[in-house]
Design a protein around this ligand. Sequence first.
Ligand code: NAD
Length: 741
Amino acid sequence: MFGRREPSDVQALVAQPLANCIHAAGIRVSCRVYTTDEPMLMTPQTPVRMAQVDEVAVITVDNPPVNTISAAVRSGVNEALDAIAKLSGVRAVLLRCEGRTFFSGADINEFSGPPKEAEYRALFARVEALSVPVIAAMHGTVLGGGLEFSLACHYRVAAPGTKFGLPEVTLGVIPGAGGTQRLPRLIGIEKALELIISAKPVETHQALALGFLDEVIDGPLEQGALSYARLLLARGAGPRRTAARTAQALGESILAELRDQAREQYPNRTAALTAIEAVTAGARLPFNDGLLLEERLANDTKLTPECRGSVHVFFAERETRRLLGLPEATPRTIKTAGIVGAGTMGGAIAMCFANAGIPVTVLDAAQDALDRGLGVIDSNYESMVRRGRLAPVDKPKRMALIRASLDYAALASTDVVIEAVFEDLGLKKRIFGVLDQALKPGAILASNTSTLDVTELARATSRPADVIGMHFFSPANVMPLLEVVRTEFTSAETIRTVMDLARTLRKTPVLARVCYGFVGNRMMEGYLREAERMVLEGATPRQVDAVLEQWGMAMGILAVVDMAGVDVGVNVHKANADRYPPDPSYYQADFALVEAGRLGQKNGRGYYRYEPGDRARHDDSEALAIVQARARQLDIVPRAHSEQEILERCLYPLLNEGFRILEEGIVQRASDIDVVWTSGYGFPRYRGGPMFYAETLGLQTLYDGMLKYRDRFGPMHWQPAPLLKQLLTTGKNIAAWEAAR
Ligand code: NAD
């Protein structure tokens, strides 16, 4: 599912929604009460305060950065309700949050504790049961538990631009704080399920139309919400309890359609189907029984592999920034940047800086290359404007941050320069020598190389401690992954600066050490080798890709080759021929296609055929004939491949290489490998990434699988990683091995 979305969408969907897996840490803080006549000073730790403004009690939550409904907040709101009960003259309650958003969900730090549904249920029921109208005044991004909280209030108003959503199913869980029971009672089963299954946030006008938002408040929200409350009181409006409503049953045919939609949108997963069960069955039951059903189903979903995998990746992405054993150092400030090479990568990396508000100078060897590069950037921004992803007024602002130059003197005062010229060690070394002369002391010299030894580039300068790899992924302005490659010389200061810079550029950095292909491309090697080899053995590209996509890869690997350019891989393999094992069939399908002029999507012909201006893949007998002719030359006898064989031969070498990378200390931790593959290579998040998946599959199964293919094809490509064997011999899992390291 994630692969079929824009990576930026995936980030947005996955960032908050853990929200609703409601577990607890149990921190307790007090709620301070003050009135307009006698305000009380708050202690900085107190996330909830209450004030009486005339007849309205205002509960304000201030739990930065995103007002998660932590244990402290729950306890504070309960205390505020206790205090309100003792006040006289309160005729309405307003619930609001300080900062950039209303409640964005539950507290992710509570994730590993015991389930807390009952606590949420009790708090929300208490709010809903109040005898005076309760109004939720919302702004920002109201997701998961945040939206569920508002459903327990009697009235809901919001600032313009507020977004609302229940994205839980993308994490393999269902709304577990009453959402599956209250929402259908409020807006009907069908609309509720559409919101839950699509998992996409909706805008205020949609929320109004759907029927869970009463009013949009222009101007200052708190004042507007207070006026709204007074209006309600003037009209004599009382509490309006969602729980007291009933939901109309849905016809079986509509339900069947919704189930089909859930299966299509979330293949290999069950959370969306479980949500349908909770919503439909719950709506037939009395409200409290429905809540108990929801709780049971929500707890079941937390045990599924899809939930465990998604949650693992969620935390793994936060973990990458924790640097193990690195000396403390103050990161340098990055205010300006330079890029050498205005090609595919250079242009897109320049956009990353401009998007972050950092002025960037792009340098190339020739004016036409610069003009072309700037033209591509301009049209990329134009397309973002067309698709509504960038406000028209912002395009000139971003473009104004990007300067072009042919002269290295223009980079003299930049804080960081990223080299993105052709993948040629000699050329890159020369450029690093020139940068060494041109840049101010303390500037960071980075390379976007995919395969070359960054240590060699460091040696080409007089300041190897400032040299580092910054391996962006294409399209660099979209893909979240950044492999940060340290050499033996790179200083802690440089590493920390670049890890911080990644955050500024909204990238997910994974720190790696130098090796051929670093983490992602190194693991890709065996995966791609087997996929291509099976085409030589007679499988069709569609057959191979279909198995991989059905399993969950965002795109089949042979379609990826077409997209990246078949020639790109061939050039890398030619340049590195001496690194590979003496296998005459090694990448020969690619070589044969390129020799026949099939370069992939860029000329409409690769493993598949493409129509001009269209990326849809068409089977092409010509491609098959070319590969089969090469197979005959190599004496490869065609045969049939089962789906199981395709999957195993593609995945096992990929997983196995991960164990080598881990053992060699190329990455800090196994979960970093998972992040590389889920955020850079379309590995399904719900399978947790390759290392997590290896354990789901079973290390013994992986090991036995490697031996099975070793027996069949020989040891050249099928040696189990030593660490895999060691884990099996010692009975340890990856976490235990890491802890003992
Ligand atoms: P590209 O061919 O699109 O662009 C290279 C640019 O470098 C061109 O504009 C060229 O004019 C310029 N250039 C060449 N020699 C130069 C010189 N002496 N001085 C200044 N500029 C010079 O290549 P690309 O795909 O953008 O790749 C650039 C780098 O990024 C390579 O190291 C590649 O391995 C790496 N990379 C590429 C991808 C990808 O998917 N394309 C992904 C990750 C990393």
